[in-house]
Write a protein that binds this ligand. Structure first.
Ligand code: SF4
Length: 358
């Protein structure tokens, strides 16, 4: 993205502060897609422009904004990146994606034109990262080939001092016969390790959540699972999307869904179908009446990409057997933990609500 494109996007958003699409108390400027810290000079320029414009316009977001980064962590100790963090510390949020053990991480994260994995170059920056952002979490994604490494990876991340591991299965249809049993076994073995070694004290893994795996009730919210349509995404050419998953580079089978651009603004007629999405408007009766439904997630971009027609109103359910396996392991975890705590007369650990994992 050129600075000119970024500037026009920022101007459009700030010029339209009274538009219902931007009528929020606060804003998150999220640098995601590609590796943001490869472009730290540009990001600094963009940030300075945001800050100066918020000040010049006396905008209500002036002290109510965040700068979010999802990074592979390789350039984290770069002096320019470090200076940027220092300059913006009170407004910044950074997630370094480290997937677990070296063999798990290097399975997917290799340098371009090389078979070398990036684990060693990322893990060396974790102590610095945690010293600057104590309590930082990471985000791990599981696909079929990763299943055997789930237990060791979560335990390894805890041992590095990353106490919150957000982890989820990909929504794409990659799952082979038997994957759900391997997955369930990994989660049960991980549960044993966490409970037997009291790792639940101070660590959380998002796979285990007391609230999931129940049927929907009449009081369950019908709202869409994710925020597609409520988080404007802008590509390098200045096109607008309801989420980065609707850009061409994210899609396998369907055309991109562009809802505007930096010159013409948002086309609300193209955005409206996203704002009308609910659970019931895109789920089958099987999903609505499912005994495991609570916490069974979907990705709007994958729904669209996997649908039989170019619709966003058909929920993809490739994750079905994996969710059910997760629920079984989750029940095992909480049963075992409560029995242990009861025997010890101890209190249950504080509950934690997790971000939605896209
Ligand atoms: S995808 Fe499967 S587990 Fe999820 S709600 Fe639908 S039927 Fe239930």
């Amino acid at each position: 993205m050129s600075f000119e494109v970024a500037k026009k996007a920022i101007d459009y958003i700030l010029d339209n502060e009274n538009d219902s699409n931007f009528a929020t108390e606060s804003v998150i400027w999220d640098f995601i897609g590609g590796e943001p810290f490869l472009e730290i000079d540009l990001i600094e320029q963009i940030t300075n422009y945001i800050k100066s414009e918020l000040y010049r316009r006396n905008h209500h977001w002036f002290n109510s904004y965040r700068l979010n980064f999802t990074t592979n962590g390789i350039n984290y100790d770069n002096p320019k990146v470090q200076q940027y963090i220092k300059d913006n510390y009170t407004h910044i949020g950074i997630t370094i994606t480290i997937d677990g053990t070296k063999r798990k991480h290097d399975l997917n994260r290799v340098y371009k034109n090389s078979s070398r994995g990036s684990y060693d170059d990322v893990v060396k920056n974790i102590p610095l990262y945690l010293s600057q952002f104590p309590g930082a979490s990471t985000k791990v994604t599981i696909s079929s080939e990763d299943i055997p490494y789930i237990k060791e990876s979560v335990l390894h991340l805890f041992s590095l001092g990353i106490n919150e591991v957000n982890i989820n299965c990909v929504f794409e249809d990659v799952w082979k016969d038997g994957d759900e049993l391997l997955f369930e076994n990994q989660l049960i073995e991980l549960a044993d390790e966490i409970i037997d070694n009291k790792l639940y004290e101070g660590n959380v893994c998002s796979f285990y959540n007391e609230n999931i795996g129940k049927p929907l009730s009449t009081t369950t919210s019908d709202q869409n699972w994710c925020g597609a349509g409520m988080m404007l995404s802008i590509d390098a050419q200045g096109n607008f999307y309801p989420c980065t998953r609707f850009a061409g580079y994210s899609l396998r089978n369907k055309k991109p869904i562009i809802i505007g651009n930096i010159r013409d603004g948002i086309n609300n007629n193209l955005l409206r179908p996203f704002l009308s999405l609910t659970r019931s408007s895109q789920s089958t009766d099987e999903c609505i009446n499912c005994d495991y439904a609570y916490g069974c997630a979907w990705c709007q971009g994958e729904n669209y990409d996997a649908a039989d027609t170019p619709t966003i109103y058909q929920r993809a359910t490739a994750i079905c057997k994996m969710h059910k396996a997760r629920v079984r392991a989750n029940n095992y975890y909480w049963n075992k933990l409560y029995r242990k705590l009861e025997l010890e007369g101890a209190e249950k650990p504080a509950e934690k609500s997790f971000d939605i994992n896209c």
